[in-house]
Design a protein around this ligand. Sequence first.
Ligand code: HPA
Length: 252
Amino acid sequence: MHAIIGGSGLAKLADLKLERREVVRTPYGDPSCALSFGAIDGAEVVFLARHGYGHTIAPHQINYRANLWALHHVGATEVVAIATVGGIRADFGPGALVVPDQIVDYTHGRKGTFFEGDAPVTHVDFTEPYAEPIRARLLAAAAAAGEPVAAGACYGCTQGPRLETAAEIRRMERDGCDLVGMTGMPEAALARELSLPYGVLAVVANHAAGLGDSRRAISMAAMGVVMEAAMVRARRVLAAYLRASIAAGAAR
Ligand code: HPA
């Protein structure tokens, strides 16, 4: 079964034929919301809104462990996460869709592992943080849907909830980051610890701080307008992804 984690701007999946909701309790506390089960174009899907259905949970307060554990517990076999991001690379302007392939983690104080306490110390390989087959299928789906999507980018994950300073973005650029968001970690690492294949479709809402039309400030109003239009395209890519996955017999 496919799991979809929706971020800002995607608290509900419009295309989802909702069959039931389930509140899952986990050893790590409560997930962001009840899980929604249903179908999109015939593909069985479980959906979770990362910030809660009312968008009430800040990035640093999300219980990433409970979210991933719950999805795994109900039988998800892969996770596609939608991430709202700022664009650092010059060609990643507002509205761009990107499938990242790398991560730099700038967060702190988040509970980022299942392997502590009574669990034995375990080091997972994280060289390639995203599942390549999911990346490839997302890109193929985008091509099939006629939506331009950039292949490959480094996602820098900041702590939030405030946006970055211009100097922080310059540093991230020097570090090789192409995108900046607040929720990519520890989500991706926890998925890896559960051996859950995980990929991201990133939606660029704005030029990152100090860049392009965000040179002096980031306009929240402009961000909202961009996201509304871009999420329609992201949903199209997701639907094509799920259709192709059914055809390929993946993630049953
Ligand atoms: N920075 C961090 N997270 C974001 C941004 C940004 O500029 N835009 C959307 N999410």
